[in-house]
Each structure stands twice: as C-alpha cells, then as structure tokens.
Design a protein around this ligand. Structure first.
Ligand SMILES: [Zn+2]
Length: 345
C-alpha cells in the first residue's frame, strides 16, 4: 500500500517524492506549493475519530450493517501492508501513533513500516545527483561578466595557491578586485539561484523548521516564509539541495534555496544557533536495522498524531508532532526530533 494513499488528495503528490529519481534537478523541479501539514494532520485525526465512532456503534448495536462498515473501516486502518492481526485487534482503542499519515495497530506494525521507510531513505544515498556536480569555476563566471580582469583572476589564484587556504571569492575581495556583493552575485550565477536578502531575520521563529544540528553542520539558514507556503533557505557559499529537499518533505512547504552575502550570513547564523530549538535527540545506530529499531521505539513511546522520516546526508531525521497544528509553522513544544546517524556495515 502506498504510504500516503489514505491521506487527502493534496498529500498524494508528496508520496511521489520517492519516484522522482532522487534529488535530480531539485532546483528546477519543485513544482507548485502544496497544502501544508495541518490539513494532513486534521484528516488523519478525523479519520481516527470516525473509526472510533463506528466501532462504538458496532459494539453497542451488535452484529449488523454498522459493524460491517466498522470492520471495513478498521480493516483498512492499520497502515502496515503486512499486518497479520485481525480486525478485533482494533478494539484496543489505540489511536496513535501515526507514521507518515498511517496508523499502525501494534508495535510490530509500526516497526515494519518504519523499517520500510528507513530502507527507502537509505536507498537514496549516494545517487549520482548527490555527488559533486561540475559548475563553471567562479573566476570564469566573473571573467565572463567582465567583473574582473584576467590579471586580477591570476593574482587571486596565485595567492590562493601559495596560502593553500581561502576561497577564490575571498581572495578577490581581499585584493580589492571586487566587492563582496559582487562575489555573492557571481556565486548566484554559478549555482543558478537567487541572492537572498537578510533583513528582519527572526531567528527564533524559524527554529521549528530546521533542527539545530542541520543549521550548524550544513549551514542551512531558514530566512523567511512567504504566503505560508514558501520557505526561503539561505546558504553562505554553496547550496545544499539534500538539506533543502529534506526540509521541503518534512515541512510540506516549498523550499527555495538561495545564497546570502557571507558577512551577513555569519552574524545571522550565529544568532540562530544561540536561539532555543525544539527538543532533539541524537542517536548513533550501527546498522540500518538498529536505526529502524530505535526510531520505532521512539514513535511508540511518543505516540505522535503524525510523524515523518527523511534523510539528510548520512542522517535520518524523524519528526514527531504531538498535537494538531493550526498553521504552517510548527508550534514550539509540540514537536520532537530524533536524528539518527547510520553506520555503514
Ligand atoms: Zn497492524
């Protein structure tokens, strides 16, 4: 059964993520904005309640049509395709946990679904699209634009070679060949992405969208939300499409990546890292199986109304929503993250 087949129409498109051929062309292929998570969560809970109501009616009225309906509804309810338990299992009045839009009837079913999701995520590792893509060297971009002369480029390259440190853009600025703004514009051309402004950045407000570890390790800075549907994600000198895709899948928001002038980025990045983030647990798993076990246990314990798993480089990121949300921005205190690194075996 497709993971998201029981959710609303808008969410079906999300289920297609895994069919898009990994992270290929992420920058160009982010499609139209999708409905955000609350719709998804509400639908899940409403369905739970309907199932419960039917179940209660069936119990009260004995055998009959109501029970038949209840049984059908309940039968389709455990989201584990391999669920071996009968419909009687459902009288346990277990409404949570929900993982990727589907409720599971027992620990075994949660574990089976999580194991499948872990496999799905880890299978995407090391795809060609994730390896280094060749880009026009920054110096050539600037030369083509007529922003620097070949003499200036040679001088900066020489300095870089001798120092064995520093990026070309930094050397060009240091040697007064160009301004920092122009280097950022050139990086934008090199990565075919916009240069994002960094005004009125409310770091505290965005801590609920990207875990602190990813802000820190991958330099991904959530900057601004537009129309409750688009999230702008800023980077200093190179984009990270894998992080952007993960945040997009997790938040249900469309993520637009861009570059931010490096000196401005540094201050905002530091500010964000000192803000208060939602609770996150970091776990190291020795194998795929160990990761699936620890994630399943965590879901069974927290009994979230929704949870979701995505991969960020070599980590698995599990987010659990403990209650329904009223907007596109998760409420502080309602979410819990588990980030699990997976050893290669
Ligand atoms: Zn089951």
């Amino acid at each position: 059964m497709p993971i998201l087949s029981r959710s609303q129409d808008g969410d079906k498109s999300r289920g297609g993520d895994k069919n898009r051929g990994g992270d290929k062309n992420r920058g160009q292929d982010w499609g139209s904005p999708r409905p955000y998570r609350p719709v998804f969560l509400e639908a899940t809970l409403r369905e739970r309640q309907e199932v419960e109501a039917l179940g209660a009616g069936a119990l009260a009225g004995g055998y009959g049509e109501a029970q038949g309906r209840a049984r059908n509804a309940l039968f389709t309810t455990c989201a584990n395709p391999g669920c071996g338990t009968g419909w009687l299992h459902l009288w346990r009045s277990r409404q949570a946990p929900v993982f990727e839009g589907g409720w599971s009837c027992s620990f075994a079913c949660t574990a089976a679904r999580v194991a499948a999701a872990v496999r799905r995520e880890l299978d995407g590792r090391g795809l060609a699209a994730e390896s280094h893509q060749h880009r026009i060297p920054l110096g050539l971009v600037m030369l083509e634009q007529g922003w620097i002369t070949s003499g200036q480029l040679r001088q900066a390259l020489d300095a870089q070679r001798v120092a064995k440190a520093g990026r070309l853009g930094q050397w060009l600025v240091r040697q007064h060949a160009v301004s920092e703004q122009l280097v950022t514009r050139a990086l934008g051309l090199q990565w075919s992405c916009p240069v994002l402004p960094l005004e009125f950045h409310d770091a505290e407000a965005f801590t609920v969208l990207v875990p602190r570890l990813f802000v820190d390790a991958f330099g991904a800075l959530p900057l601004r939300m537009a129309a409750g549907q688009i999230l702008y994600l800023g980077f200093a000198d190179r984009l990270d499409p894998i992080v952007a895709l993960a945040v997009e899948r997790m938040s249900g928001l469309r993520v637009e990546s861009g570059l931010v002038q490096e000196s401005l980025f540094g201050a905002a990045h530091a500010r964000m890292l000192s803000a208060k983030f939602p609770a996150a647990e970091l776990v190291e798993a020795v194998s795929e199986q160990a990761a699936a076990r620890v994630l399943s246990k965590s879901i069974e314990q927290a009994r979230p109304v929704e949870s979701r798993l995505v991969r960020v480089h070599d980590c698995l990121w599990l987010r659990m929503w403990r209650r329904l949300q009223s907007g596109p921005m998760p409420e502080h205190g309602s979410i819990q993250d588990l980030i699990c690194s997976v050893g290669t075996h």
